[in-house]
Design a protein around this ligand. Structure first.
Ligand code: C2E
Ligand code: MG
Ligand code: MG
Ligand code: MG
Length: 288
């Protein structure tokens, strides 16, 4: 009897597995055509100076308008794209798209683009990035590349040398999701990081968790003493903003300050035409 129940369970499990493998394969196949079918787009989230609240730049976040599924967020498709290799094309697409967009912004607004560890397996990653900058005319000083420490796991030496060259070109290198995953302090010493992003999992619990607060304080202190800028991501409340600002964090990003949204250049243009319209002399109201 127990055996029977066990077998039934196994069958149920297999059916579930089949469904998820099938769903995965569908995503994998559809993703291959997402670029040519114009289904990808980019959301931009502002990154602010924590003291002045001025916008210093935006982070590009990929979105997929998947037919029949609406807008898909990266958690649904990035891992699958990484495992199938499609992330190489997607990553190049998002970088080009973001550089074109940023080239329309007033200087010195910067653009931050996420680069997958899989992209670092390309022997010519440096050349591909350099040629996108040339093609789009964006100054390297306005580009930030966000990488996670998973990028060092496969071929540490090659990744370091690529990062060094990108940094020498003038691109800023950002360590994303710091404090999670494969974090190692020696990476901060050996690599040309310009900025550290405190992972949002710490930010979310800052108000109630003294340990999280100590960790964030330590990361900010570490950044200061190494001459590396620190940005806190995932800031959702005013109290979180105050805490990290008081600890000396220079930049903040999160839903409190602005959610990921359409191209800033579109919003900037709309705002300018609104201001222009307001500045135009109005026809005096008719007396009645
Ligand atoms: P990330 O690079 O750490 O990006 C920050 C994520 O936090 C974004 O999620 C953003 O929408 C979300 N976020 C922003 N403010 C808040 C907040 O106040 N609270 C919370 N809880 N979340 C906030 P998103 O857009 O879903 O992206 C998730 C991850 O997917 C990114 O994490 C990044 O690792 C990856 N990703 C996104 N776009 C790309 C891309 O173009 N290329 C690559 N390789 N990875 C990407
Ligand atoms: Mg990021
Ligand atoms: Mg992050
Ligand atoms: Mg992340």
């Amino acid at each position: 009897r127990a055996k029977h129940a066990g077998r039934g369970k196994a069958c149920f499990f297999d059916a579930e597995m089949d469904a998820s493998i099938k769903a995965r394969r569908e995503i994998e196949n559809e993703l291959r055509h997402a670029i040519t079918r114009n289904q990808l787009y980019v959301h931009y989230q502002p990154i602010l100076d924590s003291v002045s609240s001025a916008i210093s730049g935006y982070e590009a976040l990929m979105r997929w308008n998947r037919p029949g599924h609406g807008t898909s967020e990266p958690s649904v498709f990035i891992t699958i794209a990484e495992e199938s290799g499609t992330i190489i094309q997607l990553g190049e697409w998002v970088l080009r798209e973001a550089c074109i967009e940023a080239s329309r912004w007033p200087e010195p607004l910067s653009i931050a683009v996420n680069v997958s560890p899989v992209q670092f397996m390309l022997p010519n990653l440096y050349d591909r990035i350099a040629s996108i900058l040339q093609e789009t005319g964006l100054a390297p000083e306005r580009l930030e590349l966000e990488i996670t420490e998973a990028a060092f796991v496969r071929d540490r030496k090659a990744t370091i040398s690529t990062l060094m060259r990108l940094h020498e070109l003038g691109i800023r290198i950002v360590m994303d999701d710091f404090g999670t995953g494969f974090s190692s302090l020696s990476n901060l010493r050996a690599l040309p990081f310009d900025k550290i992003k405190v992972d949002r999992s710490f930010t979310g619990i800052l108000e109630h968790d003294p340990a999280a607060r100590s960790i964030v304080r330590a990361i900010i202190g570490l950044g200061h003493s190494l001459g590396i800028q620190v940005v806190t991501e995932g800031v959702e409340t005013e109290l979180q903003r105050q805490i990290v600002t008081n600890e000396g964090c220079q930049q903040i990003q999160g839903l409190l300050l602005g959610k990921p949204d359409i191209e800033p250049s579109v919003k900037m243009a709309a705002r300018e035409s609104y201001l222009a319209a307001r500045a135009e002399p109005r026809t005096p109201a008719q007396p009645h």
